[in-house]
Design a protein around this ligand. Sequence first.
Ligand code: AMP
Ligand code: MG
Length: 412
Amino acid sequence: MTDCCAAPGLMPLHEGLEKLVTETPVVTESESVALEDCLDRVLSDDIISPVNVPSHDNSAMDGYAFQFSDLKHHSILPLAGQSLAGHPYQGTMPSGHCIRIMTGASIPEGTDTVIMQEQTEPSDQGITFTKKPSKPGNNVRRAGEDIAEGCQVFRKGHVIKAQDIGLLASLGVAKVPVVRKIKVALFSTGDELKLPGETLGHGDIYDSNRFAVSAMLKRLGTEVIDLGKIRDDRSAIREAFLEADQRADAVITSGGVSVGDADFVKDILNEIGHTSFWKLAIKPGKPFAFGKLPNSVFFGLPGNPVSATVTFQQLAAPALHHMMGAKRPPAIELPATCCTPLKKQPGRLEFQRGILSTNERGEAEVVTTGSQGSGILRSMSMANCYIVLPASQGNVEAGETVKVQMFDKPLM
Ligand code: AMP
Ligand code: MG
């Protein structure tokens, strides 16, 4: 992302990200977990295949196994027995014969080729080939053809997906070496905040950030320590920071980092550790704080719900990935035709919320979710992507091509 035209005095997103990644330590402790418990965990070691996959030469078809060279002298091969999946042929293969074989069954010694049953006709004398196989090895899957014993299957830092668990199981791996879960303490600040279920007083709002951030933290595979909502009170906030720092590897707060509030939170954070308050050249999400406490790192998200989500996804999440030693590919950005006009002033990189779909020609199209205020959480909820507009960009007209960044849907 280029921020060449970012407003003066604001920090480009990539610069913020670089600082976070350089200054966030990587957790090195690891543990061994059962295969069924390793979803979304980060590998602490390379995985080397302990076996060949497939483990033995086997048939890719239901048909007959035979020695290819036998076809020079015979056109009918008498049947000598059978090989089924899990029940290999036991005897010694008589020359000039064939074996009934099923998909996945072991290729008997003394045979090298399989003909599919549709290309044969059985008779009293044996099996007649109606179509001659082209070469030895036809329809045979070789041992180690998919994965050879000793080869690297996953690298350290890989984040384990559902299908990876299947692959690990197919290698016979029962225990998986993973980085220990990182602990993230979370609290929100603000006298106006009420809990869902409580009644709102005049001027109150519900604390939504903590719930959204907590859910995203769980998706990231972290252990969340939820310290609740804390009053805008010097000693309460100080206590919360001290407790969070004692218990967690990372501390995340929402609210209290914009200009109005920053002063006393800033004082507390700088009494305990060192924190910088950033004004980022992104919209939404201008204020963001990053700090180092005695035992943990600190990410201060802005209070506005959309800003909190965007800064979490764009800054805190990559820093936490780094902390977990996770090597995740960067978010995929795709071009799409924007079917609605978008308002934008040049100056900041914007993450507008969009709904991406494909039209009847299979082309990607995106529309805005509507009003883009940083407090409008519904814009985030309706969206399935960000429309990423570079700093230099002004208004977008309907029909122009824009870049979109898909939200994660980590089923696989
Ligand atoms: P602040 O950054 O504390 O000045 O808050 C900016 C705006 O975000 C204010 O309108 C707050 O009421 C709102 N806000 C702060 N914290 C939260 C929260 N946890 N959930 C929802 N909105 C919040
Ligand atoms: Mg506040």
